[in-house]
Design a protein around this ligand. Structure first.
Ligand SMILES: Nc1nc2c(ncn2[C@@H]2O[C@H](COP(=O)(O)OP(=O)(O)OP(=O)(O)O)[C@@H](O)[C@H]2O)c(=O)[nH]1
Length: 368
């Protein structure tokens, strides 16, 4: 990894249900002196949005706000806007330390995450620093029932900010948090009242940095349940009757696998290629840290649907623990399918490959 790659500008994708409190959170964020200079990109996906009026007066051009924040309203091409920001930064016309992209409330965040990973110029200038999803405790249950995009937003999150906790009784809040945890057991949940969160908690969420600490990798992958065994991260039983799950939720499964032994690179490639080819559109989020056979250092990787960022090699193992871990959240895959898929990672390529008429054939049954 080059120095330039490591110096890429961090990008936070801020998503969440309609009216959940994204702009309220952002307003606090851009005034937080410890956050550095933030370029805000409001991704309206063609809607006529009024959010920018709430932040500061802004036009469709990039403007320098009194707070030192840049605000763009993107009516078209997110990639072009990010490129233009990077060019103007390189030319010394503007200065910013990070970018926050606020998606519209009805948006699936996947295309935004894809843009960061697939556009070569953008991938050189920017790196995803994390997906923050604002989930409204007052109306979030209904949003999850009604809109699959809301479920996708929670599934894609590295951090879920639960807003409007002041508007609901404790039991309703506990049910909502349990439901969020059952959709995405790998994301941390934090409360925000009127957008107020502790400084710094929204940043450095992704472990896709060579200098990452093991504690950050642990947080990024979600804390494993010690009782969950090798596979599966089902949330702990709720101390109350959970809300009945909507038709959407039962379509979401999550699983994780931990592997003590190094993984042959070919085995990992085959697993990933097959999973993407067969079930790419249903993968809402995959993240992992890998101990690849014959490599002196681990790799971290993540993907959404069929798009994966280039795995990042860490400088060294962040601790003595060299266990590989992969977590997956997917739609319309049973827990058994996911477990069986992840079991593939334990297979050795020598057991898989046979010679048929001069062609090497992988003879693994792909369970998904
Ligand atoms: N009571 C209460 N109201 C809140 C809280 N957070 C946000 N709000 C209010 O919720 C309303 C919507 O907040 P916004 O920040 O505009 O929400 P948004 O997610 O940006 O909205 P869209 O971009 O339209 O999807 C505003 O009136 C906020 O003042 C909170 O923690 N408690």
């Amino acid at each position: 990894m080059t120095q330039a790659t490591e110096n890429r500008c961090p990008v936070t994708v801020l998503t969440g249900f309609l009216g959940a409190g994204k702009t309220t959170l952002l307003n606090h964020l851009i005034r937080d002196p410890q956050a550095g200079r933030i370029a805000v990109v409001m991704n309206e996906f063609g809607d006529v949005g009024l959010d920018h009026d709430l932040i500061e007066e802004a036009t469709e051009e990039t403007v320098l706000l009194p707070s030192g924040c840049l605000c763009c309203t993107v009516l078209g091409d997110l990639a072009k806007t990010l490129q233009r920001l990077a060019q103007r930064k390189d030319a010394g016309e503007i200065a910013f330390d990070r970018v926050v992209i606020e998606t519209s409330g009805v948006a699936d965040p996947a295309p935004v995450i894809h843009t960061l990973a697939t556009d070569h110029q953008i991938a050189q200038a920017y790196r995803l620093d994390g997906v923050v999803t604002v989930a409204d405790a007052a109306t979030g249950m209904a949003a999850l029932d009604r809109q699959f995009e809301a479920v996708n937003q929670v599934a894609a999150a590295d951090l879920v900010i639960v807003s409007k906790t002041d508007l609901v009784p404790p039991l309703q809040l506990a049910r909502f948090e349990h439901r969020l945890g059952s959709i995405n057991p790998h994301a941390r949940q934090l409360h925000a009242q009127n957008g107020q969160v502790q400084q710094g908690v929204l940043f450095n969420l992704s472990a896709m940095r060579s200098t990452v600490e093991m504690a950050e990798v642990e947080t990024w992958l979600g804390h494993p349940d010690p009782l969950a065994g090798l596979s599966g991260m089902a949330p702990k039983p709720a101390p109350f009757a959970p809300a009945p799950h909507s038709p959407h939720d039962h379509r979401i499964s999550s699983a994780s696998v931990t592997l003590k032994d190094p993984i042959p690179a070919e085995t990992f490639d085959l697993w990933l290629d097959t999973l993407i080819a067969l079930r790419g559109p249903d993968i809402l989020r995959i993240k992992g840290i890998l101990h690849v056979e014959d490599a002196d250092y681990p790799f971290v990787f993540h993907g959404v649907q069929h798009i994966f960022e280039m795995p990042v090699p860490l400088k060294h193992w962040p601790s003595d623990d060299k266990t590989s871990r992969v977590v997956v959240i997917a739609r319309d895959m049973t827990q058994a399918d996911l477990d069986a898929s992840l079991t593939m990672l334990r297979l050795l390529p020598a057991q898989e490959t046979t010679q048929t008429a001069g062609i090497m054939v992988h003879s693994i049954d792909m369970p998904v």
